[in-house]
Design a protein around this ligand. Sequence first.
Ligand code: UD1
Ligand code: CA
Length: 456
Amino acid sequence: MNNELNVIILAAGQGTRMKSDLPKVLHLLGDKPLLEHVILTAGQLGADAIHVVYGHGGETVKKSLAHMDVNWIEQEQQLGTGHAVDQAMPAITGNKPVLILYGDVPLISQHTLAHLLSEVDDNTMALLTAAMNDPTGYGRIIRDVSGNVTGIVEQKDAKPEQKTIKEINTGILAVKSDLLRRWLNMLENNNAQGEFYLTDIIAIAAKEGIAIKTAKPAALSEIEGVNNKIHLAELERVYQRQQADALMIEGVTFKDPARFDLRGDLRTGKDVVIDVNVVIEGKVSLGDRVYIAPNCVIKDAQIGSDVTIHPNTIVEKSRIGDGCELGPFARLRPETQLNNHVKIGNFVEIKKSTVDDHSKVNHLSYVGDTTMGKRVNVGAGTITCNYDGAFKHQTVIKDDVFIGSDTQLVAPVEVGEGATIGAGSTVTHDAPAGQLTLSRAMQKTRKGWKRPQKNK
Ligand code: UD1
Ligand code: CA
């Protein structure tokens, strides 16, 4: 049945309570716009077509999600949810199951929806409802004495006794398109808000003797909409916890899953341990036995096995081999490649460089546009001067080089295999292999020199 499924996502709301220039459905949950979450879930259901009803001026929405395979439908004036759904009906031919979703209700699950859809046939529609302690604001589900649904009444139209009903309309429903099309044409807007209410189709269905089955979501967060930044923050935590749970099922240990953020896609090996306040962005993979200490940000990185990342380390667009150790307070900038057993220590910045096996840059250094060989030891405070104000230049450091502390390597420059650079040198010409090179003013001592003193 799902290969016939048409999903209509309502996304025309202004979202004024977000107090933002960004349309509401483009606000992010994790790394993805709210609407993208809904589109992806619809896709997981195997929908044949996904129709997104966007509002006048919602061009930004269309542009931001242009990569998604959906049918964009403009609703020029927002005349109500029934009117919004009706905009999509010309795009649905034949008698197919239709599922109505909302662009600002991002955590609805595939499981709940698949169950809802399984109830639908030519004479049965399905409605997702929920029991709320505080149902204020929602449409209430009206049932007859036998418990059959006979209608939905909106908060603003509800009589006092109807307002006490705790079963609410989530707005999510599924019905065959022939029925839906006909019922939408029967809607009127003589209600408190002067809108064409989608919810009015329920009373029509009941009168026509169509069975209205109800289903409940597994969790209330599934049906919660985002109307302001408080809702957004609440759902962000729910979403993050879901992601952490999925990773824990895969075997990842979190010191505190409530203090973890994944804004992208994380793949992990065995016995990975992630400490508190770690943020993972983009596409990241971790090998076996990786430990990430507190306050690290890892973005678009491939990290091998047995890697330890000490606190406050930032890694971006980098590849890291096995057995490496980074930080604390290290920064790996884009296009960095560390091979195996490399050590990058505190206050070290590496940019667009390759560092080969067993090399160490342990303290307070900048290495940029550099190719470094194996077993190199870079002393504290070493700087590659890769930029002359106009162009970037390369530094090449061959295997088994020892660079003394506080050295500047003025690129382009090459340090030959096994060379030693004396501490405090400014290296402006290639340093030959196997030799000691240094550039340093001779040390002098002035005998009998006295420090000036103030007269008392
Ligand atoms: C709607 C339901 C209510 C339900 C509640 C759940 C109706 C009449 N009422 O009320 O029973 O309890 O959702 O949250 O359906 N939209 C459009 N175009 C429009 C109008 C709305 O795209 O012309 C979109 C909005 O962007 C929003 C959604 O539809 O995402 C719901 O519309 P809204 O007006 O907020 O309905 P509620 O009053 O919340
Ligand atoms: Ca110096």
